[in-house]
Design a protein around this ligand. Structure first.
Ligand code: GLA
Length: 453
């Protein structure tokens, strides 16, 4: 009997730790902090996955460092450290921009080489920089700009690609592809110049040897319909193929950063930026890629999916919807209810919330072009202390309904969750001064769900 209950327990714990990747909601590390690794890449080593990315701040676009997280399953991420912090001076010093760090292990030297975009705060001094480390999770030593014929590459968005024979490549926005030297420390040759390529380049080799190159249009932190090129070799010839997500979805509201391909289930990795509060509110869109011949596609958006099978996971099948009569609204005057029951408010300070017993709660809501930041807070009713608080973004250029937040796993207890209209808006301008973002400060909440685990 004891053995049976042990097996059952093991089985349930395995089930609750299925390798589920959940898109468009914040993820939390072992400390309850958001997984903060944007413009990211993944390196697999000894069966573990290492995620590197921009360790964004909520208050400034200045470079605070690049972060590294580790996972056994692509789903639960453990924060390791800031592997490359802000430097004392130079192109990654104070009040500089550092973006899109990409790490590869150099087969010749066994060194880990990180390349990245370095810039000034107005994006007027772009360079591709290089840092190296003897261990995968750092700390990395910064060496300044990587050189080609003794000169820096003065360009911005970049990516890397490691071919199956170990050759390393640097991909540069709007066309250039460079082959790295054997030790990955400098650049050997310009091998291609891809006509019609955009920003945020990412490359993958398909099973039949076709090379796929993804890139985006130039709309700053706003999303657009990203597209791809294919070629029989990195040198080309490169052919433009069109969009890889259904047109109009704006790449499922994300921008390409990387394609992770360990030979099992190739995965698209994109950023759902949220300027100016990226550390809290920017999220990830990771989806399995379908590559056949010279066609690459992500036919359907899945809010949640299993990283081993690539199949959709219904997160709400085990959840309990909180009844409307249990929802507290600060003042009904400030809220309007849509035909489907979605409650909307743009009145600063207006709140909506509910009490719950359990350990994990989720918010289902709508993002659209009138949306802005809502502040979620969870209060432990016994101690009357706020145990978790975070900004979430209700803006998107194309409307979307889905889960916007799933709380960290809290000790089982009695809590209340509140969402407040902050009046704080995601607005920004691009490198040319064009204005982007919301036209109002709405938050739109449909339901709260208690997640049972
Ligand atoms: C584009 C780039 C990002 C970043 C932003 C800044 O989206 O792809 O990496 O530089 O612009 O506006």
């Amino acid at each position: 009997m004891k053995a049976l209950s042990f097996i059952l327990l093991l089985f349930t714990s395995l089930l609750s730790h299925a390798q589920t990747i959940v898109n468009g909601v914040p993820w939390f590390d072992q400390n309850g902090e958001t997984v903060n690794a944007h413009g990211a890449c993944i390196v697999k080593e000894n069966g573990k996955f290492y995620l590197f990315g921009e360790w964004k701040s909520d208050t400034s676009n200045a470079f605070p460092g690049f972060s590294c997280y580790m996972s056994d399953d692509l789903s639960d991420w453990e924060f390791r450290r800031v592997v490359l912090p802000m430097q004392k001076d130079g192109i990654l010093g104070p009040e500089r921009v550092g973006e899109r760090c990409k790490v590869m292990r150099c087969p010749k030297t066994d060194e880990y080489v990180m390349l990245m975009h370095c810039d000034d705060m107005r994006y007027k001094d772009p360079h591709v920089g290089i840092a190296t480390s003897k261990t995968i999770d750092g700390e990395y030593t910064f060496h300044g700009p990587i050189l080609y014929n003794g000169k820096p590459i003065k360009k911005w968005d970049m990516g890397t690609f490691q071919d199956s024979d170990g050759t390393g490549y640097l991909l540069i926005h709007h066309g250039p592809i460079y082959r790295l030297s054997d030790d990955y420390r400098s650049i050997d040759t310009l091998v291609a110049n891809v006509k019609g390529m955009g920003e945020s380049p990412a490359m993958m080799k398909g099973q039949n040897g076709t090379y796929f190159l993804l890139s985006s249009n130039m709309t700053s932190w706003e999303k657009n319909d990203n597209f791809y090129h294919t070629a029989p070799s990195v040198e080309g010839p490169w052919t433009r193929q069109g969009f890889f997500c259904p047109e109009g979805t704006l790449t499922y509201n994300s921008q390409t950063t990387f394609m992770f391909n360990d030979g099992e289930l190739p995965m698209f990795m994109g950023d759902r930026w949220s300027y100016p509060h990226q550390a809290s509110a920017a999220t990830y869109v990771w989806l399995p890629i379908r590559a056949e011949g010279t066609k690459l596609s992500i036919p359907n958006y899945m809010q949640a999916w299993d990283a081993t099978t690539g199949k959709h996971v219904d997160l709400l099948s085990k959840a309990k919807r909180v009844k409307t009569n249990r929802i507290d609204i600060s003042s009904m005057d400030h809220w309007t209810s849509g035909a489907d029951g979605t409650l909307r408010s743009n009145h600063q300070g207006a709140t909506i919330g509910t009490r719950f017993s359990g350990g994990r709660i989720a918010i289902f809501g709508e993002t659209n072009k009138h949306g802005a930041y809502g502040k979620v807070s969870i209060t432990d009713l016994e101690s009357d202390k706020v145990v978790h608080s975070l900004l979430i973004d209700f803006y998107s250029k194309v409307s979307d309904r889905g889960l916007r937040y799933i709380s960290p796993r809290l000790p089982k207890g009695k809590y209340r969750i509140d969402v407040e209209v902050t009046g704080d808006r995601p607005n920004w301008s691009d490198k040319k001064g064009n204005k982007f973002g919301t036209d109002n400060s709405y938050i739109n909440i449909k339901d709260f769900y208690l997640i049972k685990e």
